[in-house]
Design a protein around this ligand. Structure first.
Ligand code: NDP
Length: 274
């Protein structure tokens, strides 16, 4: 057995007392949170396990409602494409989830009810700042107004970006998000309908484009201005076509893993596992 596979399998077996955390998505081949969380739990001798669960959209309601009834399920992480649906299955939601309508973490409360939060945006902004990329007063162009994009855009506005332009192939989704955000940050989001804008300092891919090797980059690389920072949410592959092309042009790049790494402390606190 090669070393990475052996390391992955060095997870203590669950027992009858183990708290189980499901990571719901479709696809799930790319998810990294279970490996990171299970390593932390194992090192901390915590009796818990995170398990990726592949759920097709048409099965999502049945699965999440079923999981909520299982007594040793301590919480649920949610990824593509279920974050908006997930927010509908909590009894209470955070202020952020109420604003953007998307959730990536649900936990069981002491009284058995379910509470939902979204840490994508704070993880994204903290990841940039820790890598030395300030966002305050910067112009940012985001492609993708989905479950992760919504959280990212809200966190960027909260962090004080000067201008935010948003593009999504699902135009109605981008417009709806901008309308929700304008209740808190009036006139700060510009929705662009025909493609991403190129008069920005920071360019963010918040779509699944790049998960597949032959995906075209979500931005026309040749149009990105000199000195631009190109930011990816995709973690697998670590170097997407977008990042490779941006680096080849001499632009600054920032990988998707930073966003997840900075969410981990929030997950451990939220689920009270460490
Ligand atoms: P969603 O499906 O909720 O949203 C993706 C959005 O992007 C959809 O509105 C989709 O429209 C749109 N879109 C797809 N292709 C394009 C395109 N070429 N141009 C413009 N818009 C496009 O997914 P999530 O937001 O949940 O996830 C997005 C990505 O972020 C995934 O790859 C996921 O793995 C990654 N992610 C990374 C995290 C990290 O910590 N690094 C954390 C969370 C997510 P339509 O539905 O019409 O296709």
């Amino acid at each position: 057995m090669n070393e990475p596979a052996a390391a992955r399998l060095r997870i203590p077996s669950p027992t009858g007392t183990t708290r189980v955390f499901a990571v719901l998505g479709y696809p799930v081949a790319q998810v990294q949170a279970p490996a990171i969380m299970n390593k932390l739990l194992s090192e901390g001798h915590v009796d818990g396990i995170f398990v990726p669960v592949a759920v097709r959209p048409k099965e999502f309601v049945a699965v999440i409602e079923g999981l909520k009834r299982i007594e040793n399920i301590g919480g649920i992480l949610v990824t593509i494409p279920h974050k908006f649906s997930a927010a509908q299955h909590a009894d209470r939601v955070s202020e952020t989830v109420a604003l953007i309508g998307s959730a990536n973490a649900l936990r069981r409360e002491r009284d058995g009810s379910w509470f939902a939060e979204n840490f994508d945006g704070i993880g994204f902004v903290n990841g940039l700042q820790k890598a030395g990329h300030e966002v305050a007063m910067k112009r940012v162009s985001v492609v993708g107004a989905g479950g992760a994009g919504a959280s990212i855009v809200a966190a960027l506005l909260d962090a004080g970006v000067s201008e935010l332009s948003l593009f999504d192939v699902d135009k109605a989704r981008a417009v709806a998000l901008s309308e929700r955000l304008s209740t808190k940050w009036p006139s700060r989001v510009r929705v662009v309908l025909e493609g991403p804008t190129y008069d920005s300092d920071i360019f963010v891919n918040a779509t699944p484009i790049g998960l597949k090797p032959d995906d075209p980059p979500p931005f026309a690389i040749a149009q990105l201005p000199k000195g631009a920072l190109v930011v990816e949410v995709i973690m697998k592959p670590t170097e997407t076509g977008l990042l490779k092309a941006a680096a080849a042009r001499g632009l600054k790049t920032h990988r998707g893993i930073h966003m997840l790494k900075e969410q981990i402390p929030f997950y451990t606190e939220f689920f009270q596992v460490l």
